[in-house]
Each structure stands twice: as structure tokens, then as C-alpha cells.
Design a protein around this ligand. Structure first.
Ligand SMILES: [Ca+2]
Ligand SMILES: [Ca+2]
Length: 232
């Protein structure tokens, strides 16, 4: 019906109300839906409420995370807290061979975007290896950080080494809620607005000290990963 088509055409429409009695003004397009405004979602005798179809109908999120629909890709994300992602779909794998990054001598790992569009976040899935910021200490090394128990030192930049993830990078290691130095994966916080990318664009995974040319002579190791993007 016309109201549904109108909502589908507009990226700002996430659901709509349709009047039960035609003497009122029919179609009301809404910028929110029952997932983003569940507190305001209540029965009405004057309107029927319609949502765009979404995987959130099937409650894919666990551990109390909130499901947010991604209508453009028929996907979803599970938010632990605003912007902090525990899970999402559909993840698009970007690399064919594993991507390895080192801790010194500008040994970043690179990958390219597979299609043009807007991405919300990236996921790095650990395969093998370790990195360390000090090879004199034992035991040393972790998947993503300086040493065991320290904050995350793994960054993603574009092809001219501007840091894209984390979005609030300040030339140092950082905390990523829900993840730690030896997590089996890292999902970066959501970008707002999403990042426009083109097929073939190069991006790089860097170790923080290697990017900023900090004290890297005593660094060591490589970490190898698979890289996934969440297109909106
Ligand atoms: Ca060092
Ligand atoms: Ca360097």
C-alpha cells in the first residue's frame, strides 16, 4: 500500500502508523521504531502500527543486548551499550588471505574493501601470532596490545595512515568495552555517521607504536587476522 512504499523510499522512515478510520489523515511516517523507542510503543484504537521487516523480530541478541535493525542491508546489530557492539549481521569478509600486522618497522597489514557503500564498523577475528611492545619481559605478547592486561594497541587506518578505528583515537592505546588484549575478536565502536567506502579502497591494520614511531626497537611479533565489514 502507498504508506508502506512511501516509508520504504525514505531512509529516515523506520516504521509508520496507518489510521483505522479514514476520516483522520491516513499515513504517519515515523523516524523511530519499536526497537529504538520501545518505551513509547503502546496500543492505539485509532492507528495500526507497521514496522519494516527486520531480523530483530527473531531476537538474535543475547545477554540483554539491544537489537537495532539495519534496514538497508536487512541486517542488525546487538548493542551492549550505545555504540558498543557485541554482534552484528551480515558481516562481509574483506580478505582472501589472512592479514598480518607487525609491531615495528612499518609492518602494517593491508586489505581492501570489496564493495562500494557505507560501513558502520569492522571486526578483526584473531587467527594466530602475538605482538609485544617490550620483548625483554617474559612472558610477553598478546593478540592486540602492549603486554598481557594492557589496553588495545591495534588500529585501522586508511591508505594515507589516518586512523579510522577507533573513531576517537588520541595517539595512544585505548579501551574498547567488552574486549581485551587477548580477545578472540575485536569489534570497533560504531561510526556515526557511517564511513563511505569504494570497492578497492585500501585500509591498513597498524600497531600503535609502529604507526606513531614510538619506542618500537624493542617491539616484536605479528598478529594475523580475518577482517569483516558491516555495511549499513
Ligand atoms: Ca616498545
Ligand atoms: Ca614505525
Amino acid at each position: 500500500m502507498a504508506c508502506a512504499l512511501e516509508c520504504r523510499r525514505r531512509s529516515s522512515c523506520f516504521s509508520f502508523n496507518f489510521a483505522v478510520y479514514q476520516q483522520s489523515n491516513g499515513c504517519e511516517l515515523l523516524r523511530e521504531d519499536k526497537y529504538t523507542s520501545s518505551d513509547r510503543f503502546e496500543p492505539s484504537q485509532f492507528y495500526h502500527h507497521y514496522s519494516m521487516a527486520s531480523p530483530c523480530e527473531y531476537s538474535p541478541c543475547k545477554n540483554g543486548a539491544t537489537c537495532r535493525p539495519l534496514y538497508g542491508s536487512d541486517g542488525f546489530i546487538c548493542e551492549r551499550s550505545p555504540g558498543s557492539i557485541e554482534q552484528g549481521a551480515p558481516w562481509i569478509k574483506l580478505n582472501k588471505n589472512e592479514v598480518c600486522f607487525g609491531a615495528k618497522d612499518d609492518s602494517y597489514g593491508n586489505f581492501t574493501m570489496t564493495s562500494t557503500g557505507n560501513i558502520l564498523t569492522l571486526k578483526l577475528v584473531y587467527i594466530s601470532g602475538f605482538v609485544t611492545c617490550n620483548n625483554k619481559t617474559w612472558p610477553y605478547g598478546s593478540h592486540w596490545a602492549c603486554r598481557k592486561g594492557s589496553s588495545i594497541a591495534t588500529l585501522v587506518t586508511n591508505a594515507v595512515n589516518r586512523v579510522i578505528f577507533p573513531h576517537d583515537y588520541q595517539n595512544m592505546t585505548y579501551l574498547l568495552p567488552g574486549y581485551h588484549d587477548n580477545s578472540s575478536e575485536l569489534i570497533f565502536k560504531l561510526l556515526s555517521p557511517p564511513l563511505r567506502v569504494a570497492a578497492g579502497d585500501e585500509y591498513r591494520i597498524w600497531y600503535n607504536e609502529d604507526l606513531v614511531n614510538g619506542l618500537e626497537v624493542d617491539n616484536d611479533g605479528h598478529t594475523c587476522v580475518d577482517v569483516y565489514a558491516l555495511y549499513i
